[in-house]
Design a protein around this ligand. Sequence first.
Ligand SMILES: [Zn+2]
Length: 498
Amino acid sequence: MNKTQLKKIRDTLVKKQTLVFDQLTKSQKNQAFKFNDLYKTFLDQSKTEREATRQIVKTARDNGFVNIDTLISKNLTPKSSKKYQTKKVYKVFQDRCVALAVLGKDSLVKGANIIASHLDSPRLDLKQNPVYEDLSMGLLKTHYYGGIRKYHWLAVPLALHGTIVTANGTMDITIGESLDDPVFTVTDLLPHLAGKLQANKKLSEAFEGEKLNLIAGSIPLGGKKEKDRFKLGVLNLLYEKYKITEEDFVSAEIEAVPAEKARDIGFDRSMIGSYGQDDRVCAYTSFKAILDTLSCDRTAVALFFDKEEIGSEGSSGAKSNFLEDFMSDLLFIRGQDMGNRSLRKALINSSCLSADVNAAMDPDFKGVHEEMNAAKLGFGVCMTKFTGVGGKSGSSDASAEFVGKIRQIFNKNKIVWQTGELGKIDEGGGGTVAKFLAKFGMNVLDCGPAVLSMHSPFEISSKADVYMTYLGYKAFYTDNDSDHNFGHDSGNNFGNGK
Ligand SMILES: [Zn+2]
């Protein structure tokens, strides 16, 4: 066999792995960088799930999305009202989870194209009785949220973001984001004395959750004989500035998050370092994708959940009824609400990308990955067929048919994609919202960019991957080949839409 024949065989048979920067033209690269500048602004303005919700809703409204609850309460469905000739609706739940939809031409009973991400990120939450004093300092107790490596949170500047329900109403606070603001921090032990307590211990035992306390002040209130005067100093300032009392913390959600802004990484500025990219990178890219979806056959839905980092529990997590509620509202305003069966069919006929990050292979920690099946930074949006631990336990394993469908959409639209597993089989693992959507019977595939230093206060993404993820999500929304159902009952024998 000659060289030309061999090359032909290689070119035809061997799977190609494309580096996004090898494929982008100069102008596409500029577009990608511009897109990422906006993404960085979103990250800086959205350090909590509530803030991300506010940003999404504000921009959605500016882009013509209408509150579906308002439409329904005023009986102003897009069909019935001249005032609301909108195809674009949104719904907010508990100020911390959001759904957007662009109504498609097809009947919703045939299913929607859904992209589901989450807005919450690991952090330190203030406890309900946080304020105390020790060694002439005022301190705040925290209880960490989500999977953190505790040592990441020591000796770094932290900002407080949150919502407090007082006797006089609800207020939001942000302290530590402006350069003039004070910040808060958890102390760490000096290396000279860390031998017994940290250095010689197993990493999992060297840092205790109860020691993640924030320094909050050191000027006392009152004279030397005054009891608890450092705690009193903190409480007094809180009252002077925000009119909050110690009891108000009971009904507060205050999160300590890294005070740093999103930054470019590298001489070539090709990457972004920031807190909260898991999963606001998927939230932002799917949000931009649905904003840019001007018309579609299948209804496009973007879901932004809370509580993924603690197992999707609670009324705002993916295990809740939020999606069913939103879908029945959509059926209602489309005049396709024929009861429970139409809702079930709309859900089972839907296709879903579970938009979450995967772990990129790390040059310093290659050993935890199986190289042939690990995602790498810069190689495009990553399809993760299954997550889970050990033998795929706890995972929603996407069907070959659905992976094939998404692969076909991506290839057709020149989206650079790769596949990934979350580490070596016996190394560990994790999960996403995928299985909580798959329970409705819809096809679900995990799909998002890979990041380095995942769950750290400074996660790293590739600008090329962020941009490809956005383009990939947009292609998924606007794909007009309606063959999404792979043998499901399409349910199109009823429902009065097209
Ligand atoms: Zn995530």
